[in-house]
Design a protein around this ligand. Structure first.
Ligand code: HEM
Length: 153
């Protein structure tokens, strides 16, 4: 008696080859804003920069939980905007978001939008800039160890 014929599973998808492969979805989608420089029709173009090795957001969270002093002040206290304004340099950069004052000097090299973008808020209230750009970013968690005080109104 002949052995039973081996039949391919009709439900199994054929391997993606030829023109059909191009029709398959890819992840992230080719026009996804998750792709750097993606040719996006209609959606805003991403402006993320290439960060130095060892400067991913995971690396930042690791540094933030390392116990290293990122604030540069010994106590949290009320601060005037005049005092905040004095910290407007790359080597000494404070910004205000929702009345909280953060020392972002160490975060500058980790900012996915680049140092220059973050420096736009150096020594200033960056609340509007921040929310206009990325209201979904959880700054309070990310910068918790950089808090230096609160704006005195
Ligand atoms: C206030 C001044 C700031 C400006 C002008 C600014 C600007 C930008 C820009 C232009 C991008 C790229 C957006 C894109 O490609 O779609 C970006 C990304 C990002 N920024 Fe900022 N930023 C600011 C403050 C901050 C702060 C304080 C934090 C952290 C707590 C932060 C965290 C991030 C993160 C996590 C991303 C990546 C967002 C994503 O992948 O969706 N930024 N920023």
């Amino acid at each position: 008696m002949d052995p039973p014929a081996i039949r391919e599973d009709p439900a199994a998808a054929p391997p993606a080859q030829g023109p059909a492969a191009a029709a398959l979805p890819s992840f992230p989608m080719l026009n996804s804003p998750q792709r750097l420089g993606a040719p996006v029709g209609g959606a805003p173009r991403r402006r993320k920069v290439n960060l130095k090795p060892g400067h991913s957001q995971m690396d930042w969270m690791r540094l933030a939980s390392s116990g290293e002093d990122l604030r540069g002040v010994s106590t949290l206290r009320p601060l005037t905007m005049d005092e905040v304004a004095r910290h407007n340099k790359r080597t000494d950069c404070w910004i205000v978001i929702r009345d909280k004052v953060y020392n972002v000097t160490r975060y500058l090299d980790f900012h996915p939008g680049g140092r220059g973008e973050l420096m736009r808020a150096a020594g200033k209230d960056g609340t509007k800039l921040f929310y206009d750009t990325h209201g979904w970013v959880n700054f309070e968690t990310m910068l918790a160890k950089c808090l230096v005080g609160f704006v005195a109104r």
